[in-house]
Design a protein around this ligand. Sequence first.
Ligand code: NAG
Ligand code: NAG
Ligand code: NAG
Ligand code: NAG
Length: 276
Amino acid sequence: MLFPPIPILQYITLLILIQTPSYLSSNDKYTDCASLYDCGKITNIGFPFWGENRPKGCGHPLLHLNCHNSITYITIKDVEYQVLEAIPDNQILRMARVDYFQGLCPSKFLNTSLDPELFVYNSEDKNLTLFYGCLGSNDFPSFSGHVNCFLNGTSDEYFYTQFGAQGPPVFCTTSVVVPVSISLQNINDFTYIQEAIREGFSVRWIAGIEECVECEKSGGVCGYDWSSNQTTCYCRDQSTDSVTKTCTTNSTPNDKASPQSRVPPVQGMYALPTSL
Ligand SMILES: *[C@@H]1O[C@H](CO)[C@@H](O)[C@H](O)[C@H]1NC(C)=O
Ligand SMILES: *[C@@H]1O[C@H](CO)[C@@H](O)[C@H](O)[C@H]1NC(C)=O
Ligand SMILES: *[C@@H]1O[C@H](CO)[C@@H](O)[C@H](O)[C@H]1NC(C)=O
Ligand SMILES: *[C@@H]1O[C@H](CO)[C@@H](O)[C@H](O)[C@H]1NC(C)=O
């Protein structure tokens, strides 16, 4: 037999264990998604993010916030970032790469890369390119220290940095781009570089924000439909509108526009079109 019989009591216990906590499985998407993410210094974060007390449908699949020991993390394209600051009113997120907290030689070399549909870079920040495994020391500027990540198994390899550079030159093995917001006087001082990376960089989150305006005006709460990949609107009366993304029922006391009042009054058959 594929499934050996389970005594009824154990079976019930199992069912209870399998059930997710009610706040995660409730069908009240409006209430679920009206709750805000709070973790340490990062507070009052709603759409387009989800995580912790905000279940899946409350945010974009790629915008998952993870709270660990009162610190918030977000993983974007395999790179983990610590969220240092979040300002919901301006949609600003400041974050720093976790893989550079311990030093300048991460275990994997990955560029910072953000989805342009989700984030906009801060134009005041700069892209710092870190070059690794470079050979032929004569080609390099002088350093106030030495970093060797032993990419080529030789102690002769060098590391250096440059603002706004593209891929690695032929004499280097790889390069990594990391945005930084503090200006570095000496981009060859490794202590400064690490400090700058730890200070993080800012982005503005834009995913679904415009589509969300009407929903919130109509008393709804924004969410994200993971099967159709689009912003949706959860209404107080438990209806969901992914098309107009507004709540048509009058769900807020200060919502003046009833469906009828939006229809212009009939002027009579002699009324002229006003737009001519
Ligand atoms: C940094 O690189 C990203 C991705 O290539 C780009 O979108 C952004 O504009 C760059 N920032 C600056 C200040 O050049
Ligand atoms: C360093 O080693 C890698 C292989 O580990 C090789 O692909 C690369 O060409 C080497 N870089 C230089 C500059 O010799
Ligand atoms: C980072 O991006 C540059 C192009 O901008 C590319 O040449 C380089 O190989 C990338 N580095 C990694 C580690 O993927
Ligand atoms: C939604 O997005 C996911 C991941 O980007 C993709 O795999 C899926 O096909 C998309 N679904 C629709 C209906 O576009």
